[in-house]
Write a protein that binds this ligand. Sequence first.
Ligand SMILES: C[S@@+](CC[C@H](N)C(=O)[O-])C[C@H]1O[C@@H](n2cnc3c(N)ncnc32)[C@H](O)[C@@H]1O
Length: 368
Amino acid sequence: MAYKPFKGQGGSRMQNPHDQAAIIAAPDPEYRFTSQDGEESEVDSALGDDAFSDSSSHNSVTPSILEYRTIQGRTFHSERHSSFYLFPNDEQQLRSVDITHHYLRMLIGDKLFLAPISDNVQRVLDVGTGSGIWAIVFAEEYPQAEVTGTDLSPMQPLWVPANVKFEMDDCTQPWIWPEHHFDFVHIRFLFGAIADWDELLQQAYRVTKPGGWVQSCEADVEIRSDDGTVTPDSSYEQFWNSLYRNAGQRLGVSFQPIQDDVQKKAIEGAGFVNVHIRDFKFPIGGWPADENLAEIGKYAQLTLLNDAEGYTIFLWNTVMGENAPGYQEALFRMRQDLRNKRIHGYMRCRYVYAQKPETPSASTSTWS
Ligand SMILES: C[S@@+](CC[C@H](N)C(=O)[O-])C[C@H]1O[C@@H](n2cnc3c(N)ncnc32)[C@H](O)[C@@H]1O
């Protein structure tokens, strides 16, 4: 696979996009996890904190896009642009994005996606690409495909396969691509970023080729348990779940896309057919008895231990007030819960994939 330096984008931070884990069967959504209770230690160690080393460098794009907003030392996409995003765009957050890619792949059986696209797929769009890890790995595995990753922030690596490119684009604004352009539109983990999922999927419908596929993967961020170990007084409930519930109401975005059924409604509403839904649970922590699930859980735990701050700081300021006291203590308690093997927390995620009809009726997009 030929790699090329990608000009005009962010850092060269990702060292090894090939680094994928062993195959793990995707758990049944009804599956009830079995824990490793009875072990001597309650303390759950995450995978090595030194597992990620990186260096970063930045190239210049248009100067204004690099004018980031800073909150207590963390950088965010600037509120001066059309959209603002709630999580930072810095190295620390991007490490969590890359680890998330890794465990999501493990969760669905070492696959990059579930939609039955053709092996000879040509044009692929990854909306809200983040670190670009999905787009890069896809481009490597499908060298004949042209892969485009879009994001608000220019934070993708410099060295990428020759068949992937990144574009700065706000997916809540009118899309620039012609009708019937992409064979596959991939959308993953945009929870909290999208106020109107119907509009997003209408745009995806317009640019998908007849017979082409769309896939949406989202998580409900609430941490639950099946055995009552996430108690009402745990920090998961008092801090994390409560913060996200309140922030969702205040900001008018869904952090519970499964509970609110946003994906299926928007995909069907846009006109896609042949709709498939797959639900998964992923543990937070290495507490499951099943080795593979425990490994997935350790990666999920690591994303939160690595950057609990990045996932909450903007929401805390929004819900509790700028620099409201108690934040550091809440983070400390959250980290304690994350390391406590007796708390059997998990989150849910949903994959929905669907096809544009071979003979589509006129586009329903309000943007075209
Ligand atoms: C949690 S990350 C997920 C990244 C990637 N999809 C993945 O699964 O690895 C969400 C990404 O969506 C981007 N994003 C948020 N709002 C956006 C918008 N309106 N247009 C384009 N990208 C957006 C953020 O900048 C961030 O990189």
